[in-house]
Design a protein around this ligand. Structure first.
Ligand code: CDP
Length: 795
């Protein structure tokens, strides 16, 4: 026997079909709402119709009169158990059920637990709440205006609406760079509030068993272990008596990271009633109250030298966090990893200031398919780069190339202190330009323009800090951001691998098995992957910020390597040679001096249970905790061409080219799926998606008539390129994260393309989404269209 064929056994590089899809396409997935427990009750939440109001009274009498109602929870009741407020993942507090005031439309005011969801909903309507309306704040400018009402008057020492001010970088060096500049280019933009909008809403089924004192909670969470700790601390229950099970998840995208009031209420209700209690949001509940992203105003400038070199960058961010600062991010960085902006460019000096404010909107700022504000960082970067190239009168592709971090500069320290691991930026750009036919398109564009047609080409290049992160710098509420994996090889050579991550559609059940196949030669089909149950899975910080492959995936590798090291001892014993004389090739150990004499990994597995050498612990299992030495930094180039109709402002996408370098691809087909999904979301952001609030704080966008999801009908085709592969030097298999890259880098490519089509008319910026009326206004009025999108009028 010789080494196994890695692709045939489904190892690294195999485009193995996703094993989880077998059950999904047969309708056999087990989502939260599929869970039915004996004696289960149902919970519905009464939400505030007003964005800002004092609660003068809550009367639940009529709700209790409805047959089938078991319990009505109010803030007052929660307060008696010290649960009216809960801590957030960002050192703030959040109301579980409102007591004093409501602070956003859709805020949780009461919860009814009843025999079925319809009775619970009817009973919610029977609750009488009296409100005294207060003026609403819907933007950072209003939040800091003189005389603005203080939203968080529940907090001692909170005299205004500012949550934090924060800065990073070298101000003096940046000022000096600007003093040297031949030209200063500016950009001011708004990244609108958006929603991850997973198909499955958030929910939980809490099941407290008085006899065993055990609390089991099935929950749509991307981070079950963190939730277990949070429940232990908030509800003051012993952690070992809490089991969080994250079943199949119908999409997460960051929406399922925070702790929501509904989870807490269902848990308390189950403890009080000693029956299982299910809560699942309806679509409006999800779209109005959970996990918003972005909502940020960005303002910055570049110091430029005549020859196109960027000397410095400064930027200010005004982030609207909503009523509670509850998005998760590494505690050292107040505004996530916004300071990853311009990381792929070699800029000597940079300075960033940020201010976070409260508003009368649902909590926002979640990392919607991005590594903590990287989407905003990259969007600003690429819009700024495009504008600066235009200001300098240089080619935007060449401008990027001149300023890229060069191959020989890695590892490269950015002006904000990140250490980029590896990359071939110029090569990716070349592949992209060739694929789109750059020179040819420029000629076509010119000819078209002469005939009054508007063609445009937009480039976006991005890098993303993925795999947060090393314990020196990254923690959430003090908990370091490592992950772990446990691998058990059974006596017949089949195996199970468990990690603390939680797949929500990314395909971990397929790809983690591929890593084991690569490390041990056990065919991927013989490895089952299990995640999401805190009673069985080892600890992990969860799946968000594309951290699974960089951290949990690396832990799988390391656990498999530990198993291999033990299997080597077994092999030496079976082959009757010393360990030093044993060599490894995929799936087999052999004697160095006699390569024909060998044993397979399967034979070693059997020996671990039947024929161990003296002194060797039986079994073939290992657990590895992986504290990543650094982040992984994938790179991508997205190029989009469009045609804009000057008469209507409608723009059609002609071509989209994506060149992604995410290091070694475990499963190329899954990676391509991730990129296509990300580009679809990017297109939606640029073209159609936003949530606005009117002056009273009413949320416009709480249904799919207002908040648009692109279908296959609108979504353009994508041409994907995978020829550039720069392994991460510190990841065990050289892989970098990829799940979010296209959603992060994509929006700027679409926007830059439209701006390229209309830029010669004196238009420098149109803020997202580029709705036809905004584009049309820009073209006809020959001016920028900036700021938060308008509130769509009725009808
Ligand atoms: O954390 P999350 O799973 O969302 O993101 P990711 O680590 O970027 O992985 C997304 C999916 O792509 C997973 O199934 C990965 O195993 C797969 N992947 C891959 O096959 N090769 C890579 N270099 C990166 C991710």
């Amino acid at each position: 026997m010789t080494a196994l064929d890695e692709i045939k056994i489904g190892g690294l590089g195999a485009s193995r079909k996703r094993v989880e899809d077998d059950r999904f396409i047969r309708g056999k997935g087990n989502y939260l709402d599929d869970i039915v427990l004996p004696g289960m009750l149902h919970m519905e939440i009464l939400r505030s119709p007003l964005a800002h109001a004092r609660i003068t009274s809550i009367d639940t009498t009529r709700a209790y009169e409805i047959p089938g109602v078991h319990l009505v929870l109010t803030g007052e009741m929660m307060a008696t158990r010290n649960l009216a407020w809960m801590p957030t993942l960002s050192y703030d507090t959040q109301a579980v059920l409102a007591t004093d005031k409501v602070r956003f439309q859709g805020q949780e005011v009461a919860a009814v637990i009843a025999d079925d969801p319809y009775v619970a909903k009817d009973a919610c309507e029977a609750i009488v709440v009296e409100y005294e309306p207060l003026p609403a704040i819907v933007s950072p400018a209003q939040a800091v205006a003189d005389g603005a009402p203080v939203i968080r008057d529940d907090k001692e020492n909170q005299a205004d609406n500012v949550i934090y001010t924060w800065e990073i970088g070298d101000k003096a060096a940046t000022d000096a760079a600007f003093a040297q500049a031949d030209l200063v280019s500016t950009m001011k933009l708004h990244y609108p509030r958006s929603h991850p909008s997973p198909i499955e809403c958030c929910g939980s089924v809490a099941d407290f068993n008085r006899a065993t004192s055990k609390l089991t909670v099935y929950m749509t969470t991307q981070a079950p272990h963190i939730i277990r700790a949070a429940v232990a601390l908030v509800a003051e229950l012993p952690e070992h008596m809490i089991r969080i099970v994250s079943p199949d998840i119908g999409g997460g995208f960051g929406n399922k990271v925070p702790v929501y009031p509904g989870y807490v209420c269902s848990i308390l209700a189950s403890i009080l009633l000693e029956r299982p209690v299910k809560w699942i949001e309806d679509k409006t509940g999800n779209l109005i109250s959970t996990g918003f992203a972005r909502d940020i105003y960005l303002d910055g400038e570049l110091a430029l030298r005549k020859d196109g070199k960027i000397l410095g960058m400064r930027m200010h961010a005004d982030a609207d966090h909503g009523a509670f600062f509850s998005d998760a991010q590494p505690s050292k960085f107040k505004i996530g990893l916004l300071h990853s902006t311009f990381a792929c460019y070699d800029i000597p000096a940079a300075h960033l200031t940020a201010r976070g404010t409260y508003s009368n909107k649902a909590p926002g700022g979640v990392a919607y398919r991005c590594s903590f504000r990287v989407t905003e960082a990259m969007f600003f970067q690429e819009r700024m780069i495009a504008a600066a190239a235009a200001d300098l009168g240089v080619d935007p592709a060449e401008f990027r190339r001149v300023n890229f971090v060069r191959d020989e500069q890695f590892p490269h320290r950015t002006a904000f202190g990140f250490l980029l691991d590896s990359g071939q930026y110029a090569k990716c750009l070349d592949v992209g330009l060739r694929a789109i036919g750059y020179e040819e398109f420029r000629k076509r564009q010119e000819q078209a323009r002469a005939k009054g047609r508007l063609l445009g080409l937009g480039i976006s290049t991005m890098t993303e800090p993925l795999g947060a992160g090393n314990s020196r710098e990254y923690d959430i509420l003090g908990i370091k951001m490592f992950d772990s994996a446990e691998l058990k090889v059974h006596m017949t050579g089949k195996a199970i691998v468990r990690t603390g991550a939680r797949t929500q559609g990314q395909g971990h059940e397929t790809t983690w098995a591929q890593i084991v196949a690569h490390e041990l030669g056990i065919p991927a089909q013989d490895v089952v992957v299990e995640e999401g149950d805190t009673d069985t899975a080892p600890f992990g910080m969860g799946t968000y910020a594309s951290r699974s492959t960089p951290v949990a995936g690396a832990a799988v590798s390391m656990a498999a390597r530990k198993v291999r090291a033990k299997a080597r001892k077994l092999a030496a014993h079976l082959l009757e040679v010393s360990e030093e004389d044993v060599e490894w090739e995929l799936g087999r150990f052999y004697v160095r001096s006699a390569p024909d004499r060998g044993v397979t990994i399967t034979e070693c597995a059997l020996a671990a249970y039947s024929n161990m050498p003296d002194g060797l612990e039986p079994g073939l299992e290992a657990t590895a905790f992986y504290d990543p030495p650094n982040l992984t930094w994938p790179f991508a180039v997205y190029i989009v061409t469009v045609e804009v109709d000057p008469a209507t402002g409608v723009w059609d996408v002609l071509d989209v080219v994506a060149v992604d370098d995410c290091g070694v691809r475990i499963n190329p087909m899954i990676v391509e799926g991730q990129i296509m999904g990300g580009l679809t979301e990017a297109y939606a952001m640029a073209n159609m998606q936003f949530i606005t609030f009117d002056a009273e704080g009413n949320c416009i966008g709480s249904n799919y008539m207002d908040y648009l999801l692109p279908t296959a009908w609108e979504t353009p085709g994508f041409e994907l390129h995978s020829e550039v592969v720069t392994p991460s030097p510190h990841h065990p298999i050289g892989a970098k994260g990829v799940g979010e890259c296209a959603a992060v880098g994509g929006p700027a490519a679409f926007v830059n393309a439209v701006l390229d089509a209309v830029g010669h008319l004196g238009i420098r910026n149109i803020d997202m989404p580029l709705l036809p009326d905004r584009v049309w206004e820009a073209i006809t009025e020959r001016h920028d269209v900036s700021g938060a999108p308008p509130v769509r009028s009725e009808g």
